[in-house]
Design a protein around this ligand. Sequence first.
Ligand SMILES: NC(=O)c1ccc[n+]([C@@H]2O[C@H](COP(=O)([O-])OP(=O)(O)OC[C@H]3O[C@@H](n4cnc5c(N)ncnc54)[C@H](O)[C@@H]3O)[C@@H](O)[C@H]2O)c1
Length: 324
Amino acid sequence: MDLQGKSILVTGGAGFIGSHLIDRLIDERPARLAVVDNLWLGKLANLETAFQDFPALKFYQEDSASPRAMTRILQQEAVEIVFDLATIPLPASLVRPKWSARQIYDMALNVCELGRKGLYGTLIHCSSSEAYGSAAYTPMDEQHPLLVRTPYAAAKAAADLLVQSYQHTFGLDATIVRPFNNYGPRQNDKNYAGIIPIVVHRIRQGKAPVIYGDGEQTRDYSFVKDVVDGLVRVAKADAARGGVINIASGEEVTVNRLVRGIAAAMDYHGPIDYAPERPGDVRRHLADVTRARTLIDYHPQTVIEDGLRQTVAWYVQQINAHSS
Ligand SMILES: NC(=O)c1ccc[n+]([C@@H]2O[C@H](COP(=O)([O-])OP(=O)(O)OC[C@H]3O[C@@H](n4cnc5c(N)ncnc54)[C@H](O)[C@@H]3O)[C@@H](O)[C@H]2O)c1
């Protein structure tokens, strides 16, 4: 499907991945582009370049779980394609499990319902590798069982099952995309921050980075610009639509390599501290990307050290801007 001339809506579009997706979608020359985000965690600043590059971009500060708000927006924008990225992040589900799980579930259910009613045509629903939980085998392909460990993961898996049920029962044109670990500029560095911003902040404060365990545990990291390219490719490739598809690098990076990459990008030559392994930390996390390679010709280009340099530069610029 050609995205040129289409009307596209992104939920969670003021967030980390969503705002990069908006930037990427502008290259496709859509007729209309709209964001629904309640700014629970996202920021309008994430859309600054998008507003410059595409002044017709519409921003709606609304709840994507609200049938009334979403119906009005979908009608007003005559939306054809929805990229559903709104979420409550994993760490929040450890503090407010019931609320987080319900939000994630309700947002997906609402988007499915509105699709069933014909208020848009195509759904690209963003899931997570968390839905697979701890690896029963690696690399994890799309058939991997959903061995969820957290309320976040359970809600993401439940959302996926809902999407699949609407697909099978009502013929909703829906595809589930499962990104693995993403990093890049605009990733939230305050509440619920991930390892990269935490390490950047520690080094900036003159403290040694801390690695939990021996650092040889691995993750499948993808640079956010590669991930959003994958999302766009999924929407464009008819062969990819209708199933589940992993979006990841298909390569394992140890936490030691990740932290050394950040240190190098920050010109830090001090010590790296090691602390006891955290409970529940999985040893290996690696995607099988055969489907992505075959169906959407997905071959992410960004080497982790290069992506980390861009990411660190962004965090440092943010820290400087807020401290001046
Ligand atoms: N970041 C990762 O490493 C990662 C990995 C795998 C999957 N994912 C998935 O990718 C998607 C985007 O994640 P992200 O990292 O950009 O998260 P994010 O938290 O940066 O963005 C999510 C956005 O959703 C918005 N939001 C929350 N509740 C809302 C509501 N009720 N209505 C409207 N907007 C609401 C938030 O304000 C935020 O801007 C999610 O579906 C997430 O599960 C992310």
